[in-house]
Design a protein around this ligand. Structure first.
Ligand SMILES: *C/C=C(C)/C=C/C=C(C)/C=C/C1=C(C)CCCC1(C)C
Length: 243
């Protein structure tokens, strides 16, 4: 009878020490709550800020849907939901690149800057996926290529064209740009740590500290996706009250 109930039940049990499952669950809720917050706040801003806030909401909403599936996948198979993870990233990380473009548009940012960042982020994620799911034996090499693309993104926003545009815009845009740059440098660096924790090799010592790859990724996602959105929200608030 118990088995039968477990089969028809839509909810899986969660062990009290299943901290991976717990972070999927909490992550899902946090992304849903953040989406509601961004979507509902949209109408209180000037038209020119609405797109940015909409994109913030889309990032957390897309993540919420993927977390829903990842939570289920983990509960059912106790395995990393690598596929859903990377589909989520390949949709949301380019949207984060769009956010940079949107806030720098006031200083005349061109679409080419946006496409450049999007292109680099896709290289970063596809090579990461390849190392994590397809060519495990050469995970270090794919991780390295991915890391180079990541480094170029960091360089571009900290010192490249994006930086110059932010300086030209000045004020609240410049300070929001700076905060986003810190998110990319420090917040995004959480992901290669997760990758190393999940890959056998000399660098797997990170996992030996008791840190699980999925837990690291889930923390990274909460910090970066919600954090990014809040920076944009703060910028919209600052600019709307300036006038
Ligand atoms: C919302 C999701 C975000 C912001 C995901 C970001 C992911 C990365 C910055 C991943 C980077 C990786 C490397 C730099 C090397 C190893 C492979 C990756 C894909 C984990």
């Amino acid at each position: 009878m118990e088995n039968f109930l477990a089969t028809i039940s839509l909810v899986s049990q969660m062990a009290t020490d299943d901290y991976v499952g717990f972070t999927f669950f909490v992550g899902c809720m946090a992304m849903m709550a953040a989406s509601a917050f961004f979507f509902l706040s949209m109408s209180s801003f000037d038209k020119k800020w609405r797109t940015s806030i909409l994109v913030s909401g889309l990032i957390t909403f897309i993540a919420a849907v993927h977390y829903w599936y990842m939570r289920d996948y983990w509960a059912g198979f106790a395995e990393s939901p690598t596929f859903f993870r990377y589909v989520d990233w390949v949709l949301t990380v380019p949207l984060m690149c769009v956010e940079f473009f949107l806030i720098l548009k006031v200083a005349g940012a061109k679409k080419s800057l946006m496409w450049k960042l999007i292109f680099l982020s896709v290289i970063m994620l596809v090579t990461g996926y390849w190392g994590e799911a397809v060519d495990r034996d050469n995970a270090w090499l794919w991780g390295l290529i991915s890391g180079v693309a990541y480094f170029v993104i960091v360089y571009e926003i900290w010192f490249g064209q994006a930086k110059k545009l932010a300086e030209a815009a000045g004020g609240a845009v410049l300070s929001a740009h700076k905060t986003l740059c810190w998110f990319v440098l420090v917040g995004w660096a959480i992901y290669p740590l997760g990758y190393m924790a999940g890959t056998p090799g000399w660098y797997s010592f990170i996992g030996d500290w008791g840190l699980n790859m999925d837990v690291i990724y889930n923390i990274g996602d909460a910090v970066n996706k919600i954090g990014f959105g809040l920076v944009i929200y703060g910028l919209a608030v600052a600019q709307s009250s300036e006038k």
